[in-house]
Design a protein around this ligand. Sequence first.
Ligand code: SAM
Ligand code: SF4
Length: 430
Amino acid sequence: MNEYDSERIYDIAKKINYKKTVNLDETNCYVLNTCHIREKATEKVYHDVGRLKKAFRNKKKPIVVVTGCVAQAEGEILLKREKYIDAVIGPQSIHRFNETISKIEKNYKKVNSTYFDVVDKFDTLNSIKNFNNKISSFLTVQEGCDKFCKFCVVPYTRGPEFSRSIQELVNECIELVNNGAKEITLLGQNVNAYNYNGKKLSDLINEISKIKRLKRIRYTTSHPIDFTSDLINVHQSSDKLMPLIHLPVQSGSNKILKSMNRKHNIENYLDLIKKIKKINPKIKFSSDFIIGFPGETEKDFNASLKLLKEVEFINTYSYLYSPRPGTPASKLEQIDESILKKRLKIFQKLAEEIKMKYKKSLINKKLLVLFENKVKGKNEFFGRDEFSNSVIVKSGENLIGKLEEISIIDGNQNTLFGVRKDHDKKEFAA
Ligand code: SAM
Ligand code: SF4
């Protein structure tokens, strides 16, 4: 979502003639878009600004703006502690970016823009063209969360659940497709909680499926309790919807899920997977796990390992539990870090083995790949198959934007290597 927000900040800033650059030498405004979900997020901001100060020691100071969830959660503290920062803008106030810059240009000191202004934000964003021209683009459809899992900062930093209107989303999708997008990933902290005047995520998927030149639709992240039967059914009826579902579970232990306030248990999670597979047996799952939530015993941890094996997630994101300021779980007794690290290592080793077995099973198979870009300095193209697996193919012809069946000839945990159907297999080895 931060990637989507960053792109939209560029779109907004264009209006006041600022251009995107990654070159520090030509930077006169430096925007640090931050995430607060884990670990020492605030410390990272101070480090980054420290590096910036060094780089600009003998030059004119750029305007420095911190956006994102760290700005929302700790904006006032950032402004007080680090004088180099001129402004903080929360995720629901990014539409005030130009106003903020203009205040700083007029010598206002320390602008704090951290209102929850989500309706106003999307009203403004709807009136500004989305210039993103990636083959695979993100589109935020829902923001915020009302679930209040005890470990998570999102309900405090992104605010309550909010869904954008179907019409504005269809319009933005058409805009992205006109810019060249062939694949769109619908985003939300709880994307399947999408509800605009009774219209649900399945309705939105059906609507955007009608856009002819749009080839693929994905969505993330889903919460197990919002996975209603209409969404399950659309996985059978829509041929544009990709068959990989990211379904974070967090733990394999019912005791831990309860103390996390997750609102689902392992039985109904597995039951949901069964229902989805019954509708479309091709579907595969990826998930998020938190290792070492307060109170997690060896038995609870082993239950997470058991679930990992049972579902055979093709991809998992596993994190050490990170106490977040202001969340209820941060007040609970924390588990010793050495135990946490040991558990994470064991978990990730098993997750990698499962992933490797899956990737190996794809060698000698044919996969449908959408090519997104050229590998820098090489005659190779990067794309993704239906399950989001990364695939690299050698080709003298430009493949960007093409959807092609590729024969996989080799692979490792992260990347598969393939050859085009009508081309000599030697092309890759050449
Ligand atoms: N809304 C989604 C859900 O509940 O399934 C997850 C969205 S959350 C922004 C992304 C992931 O960050 C979570 O699934 C969780 O695994 C991880 N996460 C959130 N807070 C965390 C914390 N305090 N420590 C470690 N991981 C955390
Ligand atoms: Fe955070 Fe997801 Fe729980 Fe909401 S449902 S509080 S975003 S982990």
